[in-house]
Unconditional design. Sequence first.
Length: 357
Amino acid sequence: MSRLLSLLSICVVASATVSVVVAQPKKAPAPAPKKAPVAPAKEPVAAPGPTPTAGSGSAAPAPPAAPEEPPPKDIEGRSENPGNPGGVLVEEPKIVVAPVKKAPVGGYPIEEYLRPINLPANMSEVSIGPHAQVGGAGTRFAGADALRARYGITREVQLGLTYVLGGVYDDPATPDDKIGFHSGKAVGLDLTVLLANWIGVRVGVPVYTKPVAFSLAIGVPIRFQVGDKFTIGGLEDLLNIKLSNFAPSFYQELTNADNANRDKTNATRSDGQLRISGYGIYQYKMKTAFIGRIGFNLEDFASTKTQSNAGGGISYFLRAGVQWTPRGFVDLGLSLGFDDLASYGSFGPAGFLAFRI
């Protein structure tokens, strides 16, 4: 019994001790000491050396402080770009300002090879083209000039007027062999309608005043640009068909005088002409162009003189020259060539002057 009491006493004392220990509150860990701020290094910090081993007798050095970022270049914000937020540098494209090429007045090109078939709307042009053939080898001397005017009603429609100013020749109606100037008697209107940029239709009525004669003139002017400096075209005066007496000519007043003289004797007159012609333009410089023309003409619609009672037949022509445009409203030209390659007497010069308003 005494042993049992002793054991109970020991258990009670141990239980009380454990309760006291458990009931005691735990102490909070002490806060870590704050590090003092490190002053920015004025000079670059040298790289740390090797870490000393334990037991060497020296303390380990503190880690180096990060270098302070330099202040922004534009600290006042004067060069901020609202179109480029975020500070990303984007190279802006360079803008090159090219000189503006002045267009000619009225939009009509100075370069001959760029010109359209018709004049622009509300533009007028007046031109003359004096020419001559020297004569010889069965060909009579003859010179003539015609005044031509055209007006652009619209870009597609153009009105034209031609008047033969006169000619220099030996009048076939007089027995005297004398070359002189004779006033012209041929005049006519024409209308050109553009079907496309490269082709049109031209219809005109040439009239001779004394004796009265008139005809129907039909042309199909075509024009193509080939490459950067070349243009080809032709067929402006394709047909001239007699309607009354004979078909008047705008090229040579001597031809009209011959037909008028045949009317006095009631001889056969020409029924007209079929003319196939083409030209080429080479734009040498902006204001200078070389122009050549070649083709053939069927007088009285006959290929040989034996097929015609009016002295008709076929003749081949060739001409080449240069045109200069000192201003956008004026052209000057000069050419040489043959009206009939079968006769050197048909050789002669030709001039050209055009003025636009």
